[in-house]
Design a protein around this ligand. Structure first.
Ligand code: AMP
Ligand code: MN
Ligand code: MN
Ligand code: MN
Length: 274
């Protein structure tokens, strides 16, 4: 039986594992089709191109792109991407630069608060990573500037907190265009994890469809049956495909486990069937 998990992270972004460790973990959890979707890059996929992967296992090239929609940071997954496509490569290069500049700005803001050395440490600790706020959160936790991971956002890194630095992310439509130029499918990630009311989520999904989005994540690790049914109904109404992905990161985010995802509701058209 094929088993799809189309959302996961390695140490090329804020995941804990190397690409091969992640593949092994996924296979042990029963996954047959895994998309590695690091934030704004697909370097993990490139690093595996000459590796022998387990028999019967399929790796799908992907990425999780940060975008903007009315001031909200919205995550768009690109799946089945051609990593050689020039439009996509240019988009990824721009995203990487935005993240690098923001990491420097976060470091400056932290040092203004008397918290010195985060970026220098992170560059040594995570030589492969495109740095995210999750890296800074883990560093703040390790250095006892906070008592749990979430508190790093509540005290320092979250919106309107003293070390917050915004990024002008591209519009959803632009990112969908990169994904389509590279032959991929564009999926709205974890629709229920944005600070939006249900009505606004519906508007977001409608907008996503209008600007060319292919599907939405109906199943994630933390979703319950009622939420899943609601998203399935929206998919059905708007003729969007459904995706399924845990968003596994590793031990530092223990609330997200690999595997054991709910099955997509029968009325959903899976994003992988075409
Ligand atoms: P970013 O660098 O802003 O894209 O953030 C990367 C990761 O940090 C996200 O994928 C989440 O895992 C985590 N994160 C971002 N914002 C928050 C928040 N307000 N609370 C908890 N975790 C967050
Ligand atoms: Mn993440
Ligand atoms: Mn996300
Ligand atoms: Mn993710």
């Amino acid at each position: 039986m094929p088993c799809y998990d189309l959302h996961s992270h390695t140490y090329y972004s804020d995941g804990e594992m190397s690409p091969l460790e992640l593949v092994t973990t996924a296979v042990q959890a029963g996954t047959t089709h895994l998309a590695i979707t690091d934030h704004d890059n697909f370097d993990a996929y490139l690093s595996l191109q000459n590796e022998d992967l387990p028999e019967g296992f399929t790796l799908i090239p992907g990425a999780e792109f940060s975008t903007h929609w009315f001031g909200y940071e919205i995550h768009v997954l690109g799946l089945w991407l051609d990593p050689e496509n020039d439009t996509l490569k240019q988009g990824v290069a721009a995203q990487k630069e935005r993240r690098q500049i923001r990491a420097e700005n976060i470091d400056i803001k932290l040092s203004e608060l008397g918290i010195i050395g985060a970026l220098a440490d992170l560059k040594i600790q995570y030589p492969y990573s495109l740095l995210t706020r999750a890296h800074f959160a883990k560093w703040l936790l390790d250095k006892n500037y906070c008592t749990h991971f979430q508190q790093a956002f509540d005290k320092y890194l979250g919106q309107d907190k003293p070390a917050y630095t915004g990024i002008t992310w591209p519009e959803i439509e632009e990112v969908i265009n990169w994904i389509h130029a590279a032959g991929g499918k564009a999926v709205l990630a974890h629709p229920l994890r944005y600070p939006l009311k249900t009505k606004r989520i519906r508007e977001l999904i409608k907008y996503f469809k209008k600007v060319g989005g292919d599907g939405i994540e109906v199943v994630t690790a933390s979703i319950n049956l009622q939420q899943m049914q609601m998203l399935a109904t929206i998919c059905d109404t708007l003729d969007l495909k459904a995706s399924c992905g845990a968003d596994f990161h590793g031990k530092h985010m223990p609330w997200i486990k690999m595997g054991n995802l709910l099955e997509l509701p029968k009325k959903c058209k899976p994003i992988w069937e075409e």
